[in-house]
Structures are given as C-alpha cells and as structure tokens.
Design a protein around this ligand. Structure first.
Ligand code: SF4
Ligand code: SF4
Length: 120
C-alpha cells in the first residue's frame, strides 16, 4: 500500500483527554466536492463536554457511496480531526449501509482489508 493512499476515513480523539477533536465547524463538508459529508453541530456544556472546542459534531456522517476519496476533507480540517486511512474494502449490499456515522468513524476500522502477511 502506498503510504499516501486515501481510504476509509477516521475521526480522532485526543489521546490524553479522550475528547473528540472535531468541533463541528463543517469546513470539511464545505470543501467536499461530492457533497457527501453531513455535520450537525451542538454546544458543549460543562455537564456534557464532547469536544475540546465550544461546539461538537452531534451528527457526523459520510456517504461513502458518493465519496470520491479526493482527500479535500482532511486537508480542510483545522484540527486533524478527520484523516483517511488505508482501508479500502468498503463495498456493501445496501446503500444505507454506506452512510458511515460518527460512531463508526471514531471506532477502529473493521479489519476487512486483506493484507499480505510478512514474507508472503
Ligand atoms: S474524500 Fe473528498 S469526496 Fe470524500 S468525503 Fe472527503 S472531501 Fe468528500
Ligand atoms: S472534521 Fe474538522 S473540518 Fe470537519 S467539522 Fe470536524 S473539525 Fe470541522
């Protein structure tokens, strides 16, 4: 796999606090030429702090059936909250299953990409 290959997206948390890096600013959605990112932001409160900023993404969805894997979203994000990894096994049977939710993007990707073992 080429190091700069752009595959399945990941959303990230801060390692120390566990807070989400995404602040729901929608810059990634604005940069997306395929219009496949949907962000709905909400305010953090002292009782319910989700991200390190004032706001967080209450909804964050990427419609993978429309994504062209251009990488503009990760370039547009000011907080490196979204990056693209190497997972490319994304086909599915239903269109609805290709809408990746925030919870899916925050979780470790399912290891569906077949990788060669060392020396294979
Ligand atoms: S890779 Fe490109 S098309 Fe896909 S979500 Fe990001 S900006 Fe949109
Ligand atoms: S992923 Fe980055 S650019 Fe997109 S809404 Fe979150 S903080 Fe903003």
């Amino acid at each position: 796999m080429y190091p700069r290959f752009r595959g399945r997206h990941r959303l990230h948390r801060f390692e120390d606090t566990g807070l989400e890096k995404c602040v729901g600013c929608s810059l990634c959605a604005a940069a997306c030429p395929a219009d496949c990112i949907r962000v709905v932001s909400a305010e953090n409160t002292p009782e319910n702090r989700i991200s390190a900023g004032e706001r967080y993404a209450a909804v964050y969805e990427i419609n993978m059936s429309r994504c062209i894997f251009c990488g503009y979203c990760e370039v547009a994000c000011p907080f490196d909250a979204i990056t693209m990894g190497h997972d490319y096994e994304l086909s599915d049977y239903r269109r609805g299953d290709l809408i990746f939710t925030k919870e899916m993007l925050l979780a470790e990707p399912l290891e569906r990409t077949p990788l060669r073992a060392e020396g294979e």
